[in-house]
Unconditional design. Sequence first.
Length: 190
Amino acid sequence: MRTQQFTHLGKRDLVFLLEITNRSLSIRTEQEFRELMLSLEHILPLEGVVTGLSKLSPGKMPGEETRIINISYPPEWLNLYLENRYLAIDPIVRNHVGQFKPQIWSQTFKTLTSLKEKKFFAQAKAFNLDEGLTVGQPCRHTSIASLFSFQGRQIVSHPRHVAILKYLTPFLHDSLMVLSSAPAPSQITH
């Protein structure tokens, strides 16, 4: 891990990161995972959080077997998302599984070209989901990948926030993997 990544972090942030990474190693239940994710509010400006774990298809897109754990997104949005099968056209998801790098939504939304993507963006914006940050990673040994989406303008407003989430991604990913060795088909838990 490059120390350059931590130049925006203070002592309090670093101590909190150690605490979170330590807690992440002992996650065994969904409730513990939820509490871990919600505890990020102590050092990050979080408006909404959703996590996902999906088996990737051979084309490197999330398949039907996707498990979504809604931490604090609007449930109405997630229901609409599933009803309209937005997983197949969501530009954030499509870019995420292509790169697995921290993704600032507004940068991705600037590149929309298809009518379906623009319709998706209009729907997302109606739920105040037009800015945020997505992180995650593929599993090293399986075709399963994680996604952690953090809603809000403030989460992308400072390099510190991105650095914290970038550092925590492998720990959050491993915690989510413990909860599900094989994701349940299109399941959302609130």
